[in-house]
Ligand binder design. Structure first.
Ligand code: PAN
Ligand code: ZN
Length: 196
């Protein structure tokens, strides 16, 4: 048996840099068409925003062996499309029984969670807060602040991500919008097929 070597990684809280990352990807504004309720605002922003990186992920993957772990960081830009805060695509794990942890490094945001029964939960993400994503819950992070939101995540190597579940449900049941002052509030997504 060839043993996987232990490793340590330096993580920078302000910009999410993970020094020994061996995986990374970026999401541009243009990649997120159809995610936001206000399609007109999205189209209006497109010329200026199209090529901007709205979030990026760096991770460390030692192996794909069941039982192994992937860890990494996400950095999300602040901003809104209409009243709705910038967010990730969101997903359920392909192996839905796989859990995950998020740990806030800097900025302010929330993790929006939805159970298979349609229960919605929200947990704050900010420096020093660990959020546990239980098996089966759909999860999406939202930057509700004015600065980059940076967090660390950790999940099983064989978990995978099912992005189609949110599309099939025509969105999560709740949207995260400005409350008109400096905060956020949840708003029903009337398009959601599970909405009742
Ligand atoms: C995270 C997310 C990451 C980007 O690593 O994948 O924050 O969000 P989307 O995958 O929804 O675009 C995670 O939850 N992994 O399982
Ligand atoms: Zn996940």
């Amino acid at each position: 048996m060839k043993w996987i070597a232990p490793e340590s990684s330096q993580v920078f809280s302000e910009n999410g840099k993970l020094l020994n990352a061996n995986g990374r990807y970026q999401k541009h504004f243009r990649d997120l068409e159809g995610l936001y309720e206000d399609g007109e605002s999205f189209s209006r922003m497109l010329p200026e925003w199209s090529e901007k990186v709205v979030y990026q992920v760096e991770d460390h993957r030692a192996s794909e062996q069941p039982g192994d772990l992937i860890y990494g960081t996400t950095v999300m830009m602040p901003g809104k499309v209409g009243n709705e805060f910038f967010m990730t695509r969101g997903h359920q794990h392909q192996k839905a029984e796989c859990a995950e942890t998020y740990f806030g490094l800097s900025g302010e945001g929330i993790l929006l969670l939805e159970s298979p029964d349609g229960d919605v939960e929200v947990r704050e993400i900010r420096a020093g807060i660990m959020v546990y994503v239980p098996p089966y819950w759909i999860h999406r992070s939202v930057n509700t602040g004015n600065t980059d939101l940076v967090f660390l995540f950790n999940y099983p190597s064989d978990a995978g991500q099912d992005y189609g579940i949110i599309e099939r449900n025509r969105g999560m049941r709740k949207r995260v919008v400005t409350d008109g002052t400096n905060g956020w509030e949840l708003k029903d997504n009337e398009d959601s097929v599970k909405f009742s």
